[in-house]
Ligand binder design. Structure first.
Ligand SMILES: [Zn+2]
Length: 76
């Protein structure tokens, strides 16, 4: 008799998310809308909806978008 194996499926467990920036392997701390993240990191591929970002790149993203806002504010 073979043991029941149905209970244990080797389906893909939700893998730990990692930062999607190509040169980065850090674990992700935030998931952001791709269209937003691409403003800060235009090299990101367009596919997918959400972008996992590590702490460092999240900071970079925030900095980039903040600068953009500051720019607009200076404009008026
Ligand atoms: Zn990163």
């Amino acid at each position: 008799m073979s043991p029941p194996s149905a209970a244990r499926r080797s389906a893909v467990e939700s893998p730990e998310d990692h930062c999607e920036l190509p040169e980065c392997q850090e674990p992700a701390v935030r998931h952001l809308a791709r269209s937003e993240v691409r403003k800060a990191f235009p090299k990101l591929p367009e596919e997918g909806r959400r972008v996992p970002l590590c702490r460092a790149h999240y900071k970079e993203y925030k900095k980039a978008t903040k600068e953009e806002r500051t720019f607009q504010r200076l404009d008026w």
